[in-house]
Write a protein that binds this ligand. Structure first.
Ligand code: SF4
Length: 290
């Protein structure tokens, strides 16, 4: 039987073959899909293009989403922060605005890249594109970051289904935060262990996050949550850069994520039968949308 694709095995393969973490993911993709290297790189370029287009569209969006709960949030923020500084920091607010913009596109039925899902699709672009602007990373680095994010998604996918209906929002926005943190750490020159540590710190802080979308629509709390998760991913990177470590190893964090996903009641797994969806306002909105 093939060994599970874990962080530990990913690192072992990199060391055994003297390859970077990115090269190991590429080799795995080539082996599993039978695709050529150029095909995979072309596909990455296409995804990056779509991610950029959804960011641009989201930054301009001012149309109500189908449930009417989201409209022009990213525009409101852009306007305010054009004249005001952020207490959280320039990079953080930019990541949040970008993540919200893409998540708005998803909520408004625009075109996005699922990372790992539509509901959490703003987090990786929010982190990657804000870093790209601040640090001038360039497309080659962004593609490497995407491969790291994909590798992380594959590790998590071995143990749980990445869907709010299966594991709560920790399995969507939580995982996306981990993908973004790991990808960002790599792009910023982090060592292998630091890349996985950034994942662990980002995801640990999202464990137990429930999926309670108002009216069963991917609008509230989803869109703003993308902004928060993007900022947390950046903070995870900074904590690792500053020398902190997750006491619980990354693979065990994935085990905990999977276990918590199983333990969460179905009322908090996308059924809109609990949490924010069942508040008075949530129910009123839901009723109006019937
Ligand atoms: S709350 Fe549920 S629907 Fe919304 S982003 Fe999270 S997992 Fe997806």
């Amino acid at each position: 039987m093939k060994p599970l694709w874990t962080f530990e095995n990913w690192l072992l393969l990199a060391r055994e073959k003297n390859l970077s973490l990115v090269e190991v993911v590429l080799e795995k993709e080539i082996e599993e899909t039978g695709s050529k290297r150029e095909t995979i790189i072309n596909e990455l370029e296409k995804r990056l293009k779509v991610m950029r287009e959804s960011l641009e569209a989201g930054l301009k969006r001012e149309k109500h989403t189908p449930g009417g709960m989201i409209k022009d949030e990213s525009k409101i923020l852009q306007k305010f922060f054009a004249d005001n500084s952020s207490f959280a920091g320039t990079g953080a607010i930019k990541a949040a605005i970008y993540a919200i913009a893409v998540a708005q596109e998803n909520a408004g039925m625009g075109r996005i890249v699922a990372l790992p899902t539509g509901g959490s699709s703003g987090i990786v672009p929010g982190v990657f594109f804000s870093l790209d602007e601040e640090k001038k990373l360039g497309d080659e680095k962004l593609k490497e970051g995407l491969l790291i994010a994909a590798g992380v998604g594959m590790v998590v996918g071995e143990k749980l289904e990445m869907a709010g209906a299966a594991g709560g929002c920790q399995a969507e926005c939580g995982v996306a935060g981990g993908m973004a943190a790991a990808g960002a750490m790599y792009m910023l020159g982090g060592k292998e262990a630091e890349v996985f540590q950034a994942f662990a710190l980002a995801v640990k802080n999202m464990l137990g996050l429930v999926c309670d979308p108002v009216g069963g629509l991917v609008e509230v709390p989803c869109v703003k949550r993308n902004g928060f998760a993007a900022v947390q991913a950046l903070l995870a990177v900074d904590l690792v850069r500053g020398g902190l470590k997750s006491v619980i190893p990354p693979d065990e964090v994935v085990d905990a994520l999977a276990e918590i996903g199983r333990l969460l009641p179905s009322s908090l797994k996308e059924t809109a039968k609990g949490g924010l969806a069942q508040t008075k306002t949530g129910l009123d909105i839901s009723e109006k949308n019937r």
